[in-house]
Each structure stands twice: as structure tokens, then as C-alpha cells.
Design a protein around this ligand. Sequence first.
Ligand SMILES: NC(=O)c1ccc[n+]([C@@H]2O[C@H](COP(=O)([O-])OP(=O)(O)OC[C@H]3O[C@@H](n4cnc5c(N)ncnc54)[C@H](OP(=O)(O)O)[C@@H]3O)[C@@H](O)[C@H]2O)c1
Length: 323
Amino acid sequence: MKAYVCREFGPVDSHKVEEIEDPRAEPGMVIMDVKAAGVSFPDVLIVQGKYQFQPPFPFSPGGEVAGIVTEIGEGVTDWKVGDRAIAMTGNGGIAEKVAAYAATLMPLPESMGFKDGAAFPLNYGTTYYALKQRGELKPGETLLVTGAGGGVGTTAIEIGKAMGARVIAAASNQEKLDIAKRLGADEVVNYGDGELKEKVKALTDGQGADVIYDAVGGDIFMQCMRCINWKGRVLVIGFPAGIPAVPTNLALLKGCSIVGVFWGRFTGTEPEENAKNFDELFALHAEGKLKPEITKSYSLDEAIVAIKSLEDRTATGKVVIEI
Ligand SMILES: NC(=O)c1ccc[n+]([C@@H]2O[C@H](COP(=O)([O-])OP(=O)(O)OC[C@H]3O[C@@H](n4cnc5c(N)ncnc54)[C@H](OP(=O)(O)O)[C@@H]3O)[C@@H](O)[C@H]2O)c1
């Protein structure tokens, strides 16, 4: 089969799309024909050895796919050849075939095509867990989303609105803010000039946001700590702009919580809660309240361009590889 293969850690464009052996269905696993693979920021990091997990070589990135089950491993009873499924693969998804643990599979809803299926699990799963279980967002509260024009950011606007919040979307350029507005953000803020804190305070009568979904890190996180409301919750989602060192006196002065969000671990430690979250997310998708913002699809041969668009910050919404 063809796959984008990492044989040693290095820049995204140092790896190639090449022919490799097909994966085998080990016990508890299935093999899927990948129809579409979601691209997300961890793919940028994992091939460079900068992600929290480092798979053994050779490996392909790609943590989420939608496709068709073609082989069943020993001990797997609840899936059959021909089933349409979404799988959380961790890695290996940017390939024509992938081996996935049956426990990570979900049926691809009738209402969903392969591209939407591949774009769905990581970003919506993370965001719903973040806003529901970790941030306890309530109707009427103000939610600030940073990196609002990116993969997880666009889902935070949609889910924040679906949960009844007033959403302030923040991003670095007008193209990303236009997407945020189209997805339902009540207000948009361009932080390209370094004035996120001032702009959010001006929009909230000087109070700040009740919940902040920070998908950016670095200096943006520091500004978030200065525009969080009393008793607010700052959700730590990711760090494309770097991991900030936070002066903890800010948490004291604001009486706020800094809340870590690690969706991958939640799926393993609380699988029933995660399954319930997805029942609710799929229902919202079927009602038309959630629609993955897929701005660009690439072929497998274009995997480098697809992943690099996240690295160089030009990607908007969700990027998908169609196979
Ligand atoms: N906690 C979890 O369980 C979990 C789950 C999934 C993803 N994540 C993390 O969430 C973060 C976002 O992932 P994503 O897939 O949504 O990525 P993405 O689509 O590339 O969006 C990230 C956004 O970050 C902003 N950014 C600021 N500085 C950047 C830089 N130096 N390089 C790249 N982007 C920069 C960009 O927006 P502006 O240009 O508007 O600033 C960009 O749109 C990543 O750190 C990822 O690892 C965490």
C-alpha cells in the first residue's frame, strides 16, 4: 500500500509517500481501507519527534480516519467486513490502509460522508469534553476562543454556540475571523496587533471572559490569563505558539482555574462518558448544528503540503486527505 512514512524524526518535507507492506490485523484490531484522514497539529509534531508520544519507526502520522472495515482480527466480534467506520488510530492514518483497535471504532453515521467522518472525532471530541466536562460552560456565559480559525478553534465556536454561550472568536487575520463569523461567533477579535487582553475587556464591560478555550499557548495564553473573569476557567488545549511559563499570582488575583484538557486520556479512562459525548455530538450533526469546516482536501501524494499548511499557519478550518 501507499503511505506517508516517517523513518526517522525530521522536518515534515523530509518524509516521503512510498510503497510499504500492508498492516496486519493483530488480536483486537481491524484493518480499514482509509477513505479520508483528518490532518491536525499533532501530525506536524509527531514526525519531528516533538509530540508526547513517539511511535516506533517506521510509522505514518494520522490519528483519525473514516473508511471501510476490510479484515477482522482475532477476538473482534462487534465489527464485520464492509462496515463504515470512524477510527481513532493515534497514528498510521495517512495511508491507504490502517490497523485500528476495534475499541476505538465508531459507526460512521448514515448522515455523514467519509470526509466529515475523518474531520470529526479529534476536534469535536476534544472541544465537547473541554467545554462540557472540563470548563462546565453554562448558557449565557461568555466564551473566548483563541486560534478560532483553526481545526479545534472552529469546533469551539460551533459547540460554544450550541451550548448557549456568547462566543468571542480571536485569530490573527481577517480570513480566519471571517470564517469565525460565518460559523456563528458573536464578536471577533484580531490579536495580530498583540492587544487581545484590551479588546476582550472592552467587549465584556471590563470583566473578561467566563471560559477561555486556548488552542494557541505562548504569549496568547499569558494575555488570556489577564482577560479571564473572576471565577473563570482557562482551558489549556494546545501550544502551537509555545508552552508559556505562567506566573501563578495571576490565578490568585483572578480567582480563576487553569484547567488541563487531555482528550486522548479521557477516551481511555472514561470510555462510557466519551461514548455519551459522541451520541450527543452526532445528534447535533444530524440536526445541522455542527458541520466540519473542511476548507481544503488533498490527495495522499500531497500529504506534505497538507501537513505543512498547519505548520506554516496558513491552514484554515479543518484539512483532510482523501484517499
Ligand atoms: N488537548 C487535547 O486533547 C488536544 C486535542 C487536539 C488538538 N490539540 C492541540 O490543539 C492545538 C491546535 O490544533 P489544531 O489541529 O486545531 O491546529 P491548527 O488547525 O493548525 O490551528 C492552530 C491555530 O494556532 C494558531 N497559531 C498561533 N501560533 C502558531 C504557530 N506558531 N504555528 C501554528 N499555529 C499557530 C493559528 O491561528 P492564528 O494564526 O489565528 O493565531 C492556527 O490556526 C495543537 O497544539 C494540538 O496539539 C489538543
